[in-house]
Ligand binder design. Structure first.
Ligand code: BEZ
Length: 239
């Protein structure tokens, strides 16, 4: 019987885990992660390679939305397995020469990590050999102010990310924390939210009988309530 080679086992951080710690050189100086970001939400994301077109459109889009993320106390940190001088030259080229949609002269001021040893990429499960063993896939880690991983999204090399969705994820996580609710499919601020299932029979009956303020139940397990867009924004928008 012939045996086929199996890929080596890799450790992958999971939702709910502490973000693995590392120190790194970046285009904005050295960082100690996640310690330097304590108190902020942070999006740690990887891209396959500098000087590639899809990654270029992603960086221009992310950089253009940086202030919007900052308004929700969220910082951006990029990573690829390229070196620092490649990063610097690529970001300069983007600023000097590249136009995409209505964006031009885009300056990327968030840190971009150099990871030529792939140490950080391996730690975060960003190298997926079935896709490419020498490049990181397009990974997105949303990490909360306590340094806990709250969401992980992976895309393959050929697929540019949807940054509106990443901002929606940040807002939904912050809203869930602020109001102790959950958010339904395709939720946006202002849409009805899901009220978690009541812990006791009495509470469940009160809810079904319409005795809990603003809570509407269509079955014992499916209760929603309105939180206005204004109330959501007042709770989560910081600037
Ligand atoms: C890109 O960003 O264009 C790209 C990078 C790696 C593989 C394929 C596309």
């Amino acid at each position: 019987m012939t045996e086929t080679a199996q890929p080596a086992a890799v450790s992958m951080p999971r939702i709910g885990d502490p973000a693995p710690a590392f120190t790194a050189v970046t285009t904005q100086g050295d960082i100690s992660f996640p310690a330097d970001y304590a108190g902020s939400w942070v999006i740690l994301f990887s891209h396959p390679a500098d000087f590639t077109p899809v990654c270029t459109t992603e960086f221009m889009t992310f950089a253009s939305m940086q202030e919007e993320f900052a308004a929700y106390n969220t910082k951006l940190v990029g990573l690829s397995v390229d070196g620092l001088y490649s990063h610097i030259a690529w970001l300069r080229t983007i600023q000097d020469r590249i136009e995409f949609k209505d964006m031009k002269n885009v300056e990327v001021t968030f840190p971009l990590i150099e990871d030529i040893t792939m140490e950080v990429a391996q730690k975060y499960g960003m190298i997926m050999p079935g896709e490419d063993s020498t490049k990181a896939v397009r990974a997105v880690f949303v990490i909360d102010p306590q340094g806990t991983i709250r969401t992980i999204i992976y895309y393959p090399l050929s697929l540019g990310r949807n940054f509106d969705e990443i901002l929606r994820v940040v807002k939904a996580l912050q809203t869930a924390d602020a109001f102790s609710i959950a958010t339904p499919a395709d939720w946006r601020p202002g849409d009805r939210v899901i009220v978690p299932t009541a812990g006791s029979c009495g509470t469940a009956k009160d809810r079904m009988d319409g005795k809990e303020d603003g809570v509407e139940c269509v079955d014992w397990f499916f209760c929603t309530k309105e939180i206005s867009e204004g109330d959501v924004e007042a709770a989560i928008r910081k600037a």
